[in-house]
Ligand binder design. Structure first.
Ligand code: KDG
Ligand code: MG
Length: 417
């Protein structure tokens, strides 16, 4: 796009012209896709573009369809770029498109921070809090092991812990570590097959939380992820059974395509509900938010079209007393985590931030300035989002195809994983 050169305090439109954009795919333990944009003045910005198990679809969307459109454009026109990639593509929404748009958007916000010499949270409106409350993932093959693991998180200083335990009679229940390694869902080239049994699950989960409250007291915040496995009436039963143990939230209690199902859960229970890690647009969560059928919205920066779009979701949620609780599994790179933490530091209606630890290799490939202290993650004051990439190191970890597992019922029929 040809724009006349306009001088501003932060350089000219010529300085801000995008001269390069490249996609970096790396696998330091797991796959990550990163977009790096460079301006004529030599500033660079990074955006996460990782979509677990479908990484190369986003890499191709960016390389083949987006990058050619970026060259020559003004990196300072963040809103216009978002509208161009969203409206201009004609084919809107969807996880691949919105993840690609997010990568561009976050890279441009990163550049804006560097141009201004300010950390990203300052560009959004400044601090609302000192640090972002985070929850870690404790799990065990049985209740005994799970309660020990929750104890370890509390000892490390966590104020909030997600707890999952194995289900007797169910092989490979969701969220349970294998072989003492940290839990990582995408473990094989083709999807691992798991078997699901709802009655067995509904039987064990209230027992887990009864034990956790008995062992760890009333104050620690406890969370649980159903991972879309229940029907609305089953979810309503679980939410009601868990009421005495005051969960911070029950997540993805039923698949959110059927949004009326949440009315049924609400009718039977006051357990707080979180939804939205698989959403990618405000239109996915509009009904749930405006009808106050959920308490926390989980759509985060990388899958929700970037800061520009997630800010709209958060502002809309604030009108309806819904707070943020961003997805933060290991399949979202430190670049997303950095951007999300700046957002969390600013957003008035913040609830909590998920934080699964990245591996040491991942942290080395993506040096960052956020740190954990007293149950919260704190961003630094590096201009932009504060996350970088060591490209030489990244090149030593080539892409390794991996897909998420699937779930079947005991009779072999497909179920939601
Ligand atoms: O890629 C899928 C994971 O991000 C997801 O299974 C993790 O549900 C998840 C969570 O709440 O972290
Ligand atoms: Mg989840």
């Amino acid at each position: 796009m040809n724009t006349a050169t306009i001088e501003t305090r932060h350089g000219s439109t010529r300085d801000r012209e995008i001269v390069d954009a490249k996609v970096i795919v790396t696998c330091p333990g797991r796959n990550f896709v990163t977009l790096k944009i460079t301006t004529r003045s030599g500033l660079t910005g990074l955006g996460d573009a990782t979509l677990n198990g479908r990484e190369l679809a986003v890499a191709s969307y960016l390389t083949d369809h987006v990058v050619p459109n970026l060259i020559g454009r003004d990196a300072g026109r963040i809103e216009d770029m978002w509208q161009f990639l969203h409206r201009g593509a004609y084919w809107r929404r969807g996880p691949v498109t919105m993840t690609a748009i997010a990568a561009v958007d976050v890279a441009l916000w990163d550049i804006l921070g560097k141009m201004a010499g300010l950390p990203l949270y300052q560009l959004l409106g400044g601090r609302s809090r000192e640090g972002a409350l985070v929850y870690g993932h404790a799990n065990g093959r049985d209740i005994e092991e799970a309660t020990d693991e929750v104890g370890k998180y509390i000892e490390k200083g966590f104020l909030a812990v997600r707890a999952q335990c194995g289900v007797p009679g169910v092989k490979k229940a969701y969220g349970i570590s294998v072989g003492g390694k940290p839990y990582e869902p995408a473990e094989s080239e083709l999807p691992a097959e798991t078997v699901w049994n709802t009655p067995k699950y509904l039987n064990i989960v209230p027992k887990l939380f009864e034990r956790l409250r008995a062992d760890h007291g009333p104050d620690v915040e406890l969370l649980h992820d159903v991972h879309h496995r229940l029907t609305p009436i089953e979810a309503a039963r679980l939410a009601r059974d868990l009421e005495p143990f005051r969960l911070f939230w029950l997540e993805d209690a039923t698949p959110a395509e059927n949004q009326k199902g949440f009315e049924l859960i609400r009718k039977h229970s006051v357990t707080a509900l979180a939804v939205g890690e698989v959403f990618n647009s405000i239109w996915d969560c509009k009904h749930l938010i405006e009808n106050q059928l959920i308490d926390y919205i989980r759509t985060t920066i990388v899958h929700g079209g970037g800061i520009t779009h997630v800010r709209r979701i958060a502002d809309f949620a604030a009108l309806h007393a819904v707070r943020t609780g961003f997805h933060g599994a290991t399949d979202l790179s430190p670049v997303c985590m950095g951007a999300a933490l700046h957002f969390d530091t600013w957003v008035p209606n913040f609830g909590i931030q998920e934080w699964m630890f990245h591996s040491d290799e991942t942290n080395e490939v993506f040096p960052h300035d956020y740190v954990f202290r007293n149950g919260r993650l704190h961003v630094g004051d590096t201009p932009g989002h504060g996350v970088d990439i060591d490209e030489k190191l990244a090149a030593r970890f080539p892409y390794a195809p991996k897909q998420l597992p699937i779930a079947r019922l005991e009779d072999g029929a497909m179920w939601d994983w």
